[in-house]
Design a binder for this molecule. Sequence first.
Ligand SMILES: Cc1ncc(COP(=O)(O)O)c(C=O)c1O
Length: 268
Amino acid sequence: MAGVAAASTTSTIGSFLSKNPYAPPSWASHLSPAPSQTFSLGHLPTPIHKWNLPNLPNGTEVWIKRDDLSGMQLSGNKVRKLEFLMADAVAQGADCVITVGGIQSNHCRATAVAAKYLNLDCYLILRTSKLLVDKDPGLVGNLLVERFVGAHIDLVSKEEYGKIGSVAKGLGYAMNTAEELKFVKDVATATGIVLDPVYSGKAAYGMLKDMAAKPAKWEGRKILFVHTGGLLGLYDKVDELSSLSGSWRRMDLEESVPCKEGTVTKTT
Ligand SMILES: Cc1ncc(COP(=O)(O)O)c(C=O)c1O
């Protein structure tokens, strides 16, 4: 048994960051050009388990696909596309990658980490508000990882970003209502699953709202919810979240069990 365990551990370690030939599954065989290779960057397959959300309609089961567990710095669903895109960049002999996103883009953070793993330089164009575009963006959330791994960061205002060809417009993007943030906090308290504020939090919020409004539509159904990662984005919301979070206190030494100096209390 020990031999089997050792062998499988070795093969997991050996495959991480390796380049592998790729043959598309039959449902993707029409893709043209089809990718021919991938870099193994994610810890896949990610687990699926039952998600015991409170107040589900009768007979409704929710399961969760944990793509938030596809890695640590390189976590989330973005690693899946990067396995292909990075293999393509390397095959083309690229020495750097350039990408664009919002100031807390999970895609940009994952790209910066993947690029560093593969020894490519990474240039990030990050969209922020007019007021902040000339200021140090700090180290909150995704920015900490991007700056630690040495990505080159260029800030642009939303207006300038529009000019460089983005279609990522939309009033509500990366903005949350107090109710949504409270929902993310309540789900974590009830189930231990920490959603992200931009994607999975809003999706689960919408799903449960619809379940409450139209329970008959959901009764008896088995749902698979995909958690696409993005936990780091939550750090950008700490000011709004602090009043919702669990409390703390200064330990009261008078309250603790008195213990005579030199006496050891055995706990097991
Ligand atoms: C954590 C997270 N989930 C979901 C998405 C959306 O992913 P897709 O573009 O694959 O729909 C993003 C995109 O930036 C993301 O960062």
